[in-house]
Design a protein around this ligand. Structure first.
Ligand code: ATP
Ligand SMILES: O=c1ccn([C@@H]2O[C@H](COP(=O)(O)O)[C@@H](O)[C@H]2O)c(=O)[nH]1
Length: 245
């Protein structure tokens, strides 16, 4: 994958990261810091769209485990992602980055509905488009949303900014001896059931040949470093691309 040739990327921001040092909710300082990094990336000439998770507020699976109906819990999770998207919109606009939030669940008085061709136009005009409310469908996640929107928007890569610095051979939060991959194929992620991202998201990226770059966005400056090919990350792509690299 040649990072320098990329024109348009999708940044998936884990909701959990937005908690900052807290245990729940949205930390304004973290939003501001991430916004600065997005601005820097945009100023380098990239077109950027974003999907923000909701794990800092509500996850459907956790809600279902507590007794909520799963589909209702998932809708609650999707609404949480709208709050996060609005928080990031606010942080970006404070520093002069033009944005639009588009929600997969229409809410006319809050933001635009998701309209692909309109999103395309916003990006051509230099706006950062934040895709909120996931796919609008329960039983999915924002990882799958990110893969779907990256394909729809013809992105050159999907950058997953999370709280681990790449894909490991086991969950590093559970297995301290786990080792990180520099690169690996989509097929290996799926065959080994590496759970840094949902299988559906990985399969969508594989089928549309969209590389995934997993990196730690909690580390200050890492987004721009990874975009410059310098920071620590794992690049997941098709075997053919890995062989040609
Ligand atoms: N093989 C693996 N390599 C790296 N991380 C892994 C692996 N298996 C599981 N994980 C876990 O995957 C998590 C990354 O997903 P993340 O926390 O970004 O969740 P998310 O659902 O995308 O975001 P949100 O916080 O919005 O729910 C890490 O916290 C890590 O512990
Ligand atoms: O398409 C989607 C996307 C998300 N959800 C629900 O939202 C929460 C939060 O998203 P994360 O990806 O976990 O950050 C998720 O747990 C689902 O409950 C959804 O239903 N459909």
């Amino acid at each position: 994958m040649t990072l320098s040739r990329m024109k348009r990327i999708l940044l998936k921001l884990s909701g959990e990261v937005l908690m900052g040092p807290g245990q729940y909710g949205i930390d304004p300082e973290t939003c501001d810091r991430v916004a600065q990094e997005v601005k820097q990336a945009k100023d380098s000439g990239l077109e950027i769209c974003m999907v923000v998770g909701g794990g800092n507020i509500f996850r459907g699976l956790a809600g279902a485990a507590q007794g909520f109906d799963r589909a209702s819990a998932d809708y609650m999770g999707m609404l949480a992602t709208v709050m996060n998207a609005l928080a990031m919109q606010n942080a970006l606009e404070k520093i002069g980055v033009q944005t639009r939030v588009q929600s997969a669940i229409p809410m006319a008085s809050v933001c635009e509905p998701y309209i692909r061709r309109r999103a395309e136009r916003h990006m051509e005009k230099g706006r950062v488009v934040l895709f909120a409310a996931g796919t609008g469908l329960p039983f999915f996640t924002t990882d799958t949303t990110a893969a779907l929107r990256a394909a729809e928007m013809n992105c050159d890569a999907l950058f997953k900014g999370t709280s681990v610095d790449g894909v490991y051979d086991a969950d590093p939060k559970k297995v301290p001896t786990a080792e990180r991959y520099e690169t690996l194929s989509f097929d290996r992620v799926l065959a080994d059931n590496l759970r840094v991202m949902d299988a559906s998201a990985v399969a969508l990226c594989r089928d549309n040949n969209i590389p995934i770059v997993v990196f730690n966005i909690r580390e200050v400056g890492n987004l721009v470093a990874v975009l410059n090919g310098e920071g620590v990350s794992t690049i997941v792509q098709n075997q053919a691309e890995l062989t040609n690299a």
